[in-house]
Ligand binder design. Structure first.
Ligand code: KG4
Ligand code: ZN
Length: 352
């Protein structure tokens, strides 16, 4: 039998048992991550090799460096992930990998590695969409959460309000018409001389600032559940340059707090509105921006007011990790969705 027939046969056994231990690989951007996840819900072990210190030297992710660092990190991560799980390769039932969206070279390193592992061990290979991974982080953090629910997915590359109808079934309700929320945080952080990655550090600085100190123009958005951050970002950056040219000092903490407030208000209000209008009482947060402290507080507050049950993964499961990929993969595997060995990276992959 060839590899694909063996993988299919093994997948059918796993589907019959409704049980699988998946080794998941994530390398779409600047973190190499690996995890073992059981039945989509239990994180057995997870390890992340961060490249932040290297990219910080250049003020942002350098794709070529990211790819090279992933290649170096993948093999040692396997040893660490298995050791932390107290498992050997023979305990793994299937392999999952992020194949998009993301940086093409970075994605390819993980895809090639996962294909090699799957072939060598003759295991099913499950392709995972990175955005679906972010949504699925909630399944690990909240074993009681099941679809349907509304999910705000806000990361460095994507900002969407999604209706999760079932596992792997989504309807996009709205999203950004220009920059992603994380991208806006990162760009405004740069103007405040906050080093890369700007979002989390700006968030920390904002905790000490007054969010009413500066006022920025109101954001106009085309659709009921859409966002736009480009206009706000440009206005904020121009205003900072203008003040500096006039020799006025900017209070960085106040500035960060005021900007964060504008972004979070928009995200939270639209997400709560999406829940209300779709008559869903459960809402989840996902993606790197979901670790933002104000967004978490505001969603908690507004959600409570609107009678919603609000789910958010801990910060470590909001930013890129492999646990979320292993969770998403379980539900794909149970539907019999496998990748052939010709699987390629899909840098512009959409959620649906
Ligand atoms: O999901 P993620 O780790 O990677 C992508 O798939 O993009 O998200 C990274 C993005 C970056 O733009 C980062 O600045 C932003 O999420 N981010 C934050 C916070 N933590 C990460 N933005 C605002 N506040 C935070 N605490
Ligand atoms: Zn991500």
């Amino acid at each position: 039998m060839n590899y694909e027939a063996i993988a299919r046969e093994k997948a059918d056994v796993l589907i019959g048992r409704g049980h699988a231990r998946i080794l998941a690989v994530e390398s779409s951007c600047d973190e190499t991550a690996m995890a073992v996840v059981e039945d989509g819900r239990r994180l057995v072990s997870g390890v992340i090799a961060s490249q932040i210190d290297m990219h910080a030297l250049y003020g942002g992710v350098v794709p070529e460096i990211a790819s090279r660092m992933h290649v170096q990190a993948l093999d040692p991560l396997l040893d660490q992930t298995l050791a932390q799980a107290g498992m050997g390769m023979e305990d793994i039932d299937a392999v999952a990998v992020t194949y998009g969206p993301g940086l093409v070279g970075a994605l390819l390193t993980g895809v090639a590695w996962a294909k090699a592992f799957a072939y060598a061990r003759q295991l099913p290979l499950v392709p995972v969409n990175h955005i679906e991974g972010h949504v699925s982080a909630n399944y690990i953090a909240h074993p009681d959460l099941t679809p349907p629910f509304v999910c705000l997915v806000a990361s460095g590359g994507h900002s969407h309000i999604v209706r999760v109808d079932d596992y792997g079934e989504y309807a996009i309700m709205g999203g950004t018409t220009d920059d992603a929320a994380g991208e806006a945080f990162d760009k405004v952080a740069r103007v405040l001389d906050i080093p890369y990655p700007g979002g989390p550090l700006l968030d920390k600085l904002a905790e000490e600032g007054d969010d009413r100190a500066y006022s920025f123009p109101k954001v106009h958005t085309p659709g009921e559940y859409d966002f736009s951050f480009s206009g706000l970002k440009t206005a904020v950056i121009n205003q900072a340059h203008h003040l500096r040219q006039q020799g006025e000092a900017i209070n960085a903490a106040d500035w960060a707090a005021s900007f964060r407030r504008a972004v979070v208000d928009l995200l939270a209000e639209k997400t709560v509105r999406a829940c209300r209008n779709s008559s869903l009482s459960r809402v989840a947060l996902a993606g790197g921006v979901a670790s933002n402290r104000l967004l978490r507080r505001e969603m908690g507050r507004l959600g409570k007011k609107a009678g919603l049950e609000v789910f958010m993964p801990p910060a470590a499961l909001c930013t890129d990790n492999a646990a979320m990929i292993g969770s998403a993969a379980f539900y794909r595997l149970m539907k019999g969705e496998l990748a052939p060995l010709s699987l390629n990276a899909a840098p512009s992959l959409d959620l649906m």
